[in-house]
Ligand binder design. Sequence first.
Ligand code: ADP
Length: 160
Amino acid sequence: MRTAIYPGSFDPLTNGHLDVVQRAAKLFDRVIVAVARNEGKKPLFSHQERLELVRQEVAGLGNVEADTFEGLLVDYVEHKQAQAIVRGLRAVSDFEFEFQLALMNRKLNERIETIFMMPKDTYTFLSSRIVKEIAHLGGDVSAFVRPNVQAALRRKFQSV
Ligand code: ADP
């Protein structure tokens, strides 16, 4: 059983994330999308909200599940008996940070490999941050996120 963990903030989940999930699901027997709880990033959505959005969108993919994690990623990967970490690479701008992260995780646990997946070219400009900015300003984000995520963004920005 080959298991991969796809960790991230997913604040919120975008079509770019889903593209990476679908690609990883073809390579691994089991993919766990792991919503990070402990980033000091002051997320717009709580980890429960982010988890629920991920859960709704991966429900149709038989070998993909959603979870949250806290603490060191490599410990969570071991706990889930997974072999790999999946991360998305959009552009050169992602590279430096992702490279550093991957090598640090390898230092912490040599057994775990990091696999990078490139999304469909139309998603290379897409980030959760930009989706939040557009939604906050009342723009249409329907091409970038699933309807459930769009509805969640609308509720969030109506209430602030
Ligand atoms: P983090 O805060 O851990 O970077 P994100 O939710 O922003 O969490 O992203 C999780 C992973 O998904 C990262 O590897 C990021 O590079 C990747 N990612 C984010 N947006 C996209 C996208 N549009 N296409 C491909 N990968 C993406």
